[in-house]
Ligand binder design. Structure first.
Ligand code: 5GP
Ligand code: MG
Ligand code: MG
Length: 204
């Protein structure tokens, strides 16, 4: 192919400036987390509940390392930055009944915590037996809402990251590692707009 093969060639093809976590590092962290989850949930049957769509690679790898019986389900959300205040909305509910269940929410990244906070409030109303959070990435420095994270993969620096399920305008999700994207040309404007949006969100 034009860029050859292998992770570095692939990252060049995608316009990546720096690899933050390699596939091997991610693999090791996923195994560690899965071992902890398997021990903590021994004798129980958790529902692993993914938040679409960034969770996909993480969840797929995680569940294959979990050794307790479990259920798998998803929810989807959307953001409205409309008229008065930005709001999160559930656009797809879980298919399984969640009352009395041990829910383990699986997220790609927790940044300000606003999204997660909304989701946790929504899930508490379902009256689960327990509710815990597993996130691949945690950008704690930007947290606005105090939330307890039960399982965390990596603490990320304050840089926008993509890959391993995480996107930038639906791009980069299929990279097998986590990177800081290099955004050039017309995309640069979009990225700056995104950063502004990011900052606006912090102040709210
Ligand atoms: P929060 O509500 O915690 O500020 O934002 C959480 C959501 O913002 C994540 O689920 C993710 O969709 C998006 N997000 C935050 N930081 C990043 C990032 O560095 N990269 C990507 N791709 N998405 C991010
Ligand atoms: Mg997410
Ligand atoms: Mg996204």
């Amino acid at each position: 192919a034009k860029y050859g093969t292998g992770p570095l060639a692939e990252s060049r093809a995608h316009g990546v400036s720096r690899i933050l976590y390699s596939a091997a590092e991610i693999d090791q962290r996923v195994k560690d987390i899965a071992a902890r989850i398997s021990a903590d949930y021994a004798g129980r049957r958790p529902v692993l509940l993914g938040v679409q769509r960034g969770f996909l690679c993480f969840m797929a790898d995680l569940i294959r390392q979990i050794t307790v019986p479990m259920d798998l389900d998803f929810i989807a959300i959307s953001y409205y930055s409309g008229a008065k205040e930005p709001a999160v909305k559930i656009t797809k509910e879980a298919d399984l009944p969640l009352a009395g269940r041990h829910i383990l929410l699986v997220e790609d990244i927790v940044d300000t915590g606003i999204t997660l906070n909304y989701i946790l409030n929504y899930l508490q109303e379902k009256q689960p037996a327990s509710l815990s959070v597993c996130t691949l990435l945690d950008r704690e420095a930007r947290r606005l809402v105090n939330i307890k994270l039960d399982y965390t993969g990596f603490n990320v620096p304050d840089e926008f990251v993509v890959g391993y399920g995480l996107d930038y305008h639906e791009e980069y999700r299929n990279l097998p590692f986590i990177v800081v994207p290099q955004i050039k040309g017309p995309e640069k404007e979009k990225s700056e707009a995104l950063n502004t949006k990011h900052e606006t969100k912090i102040k709210e």
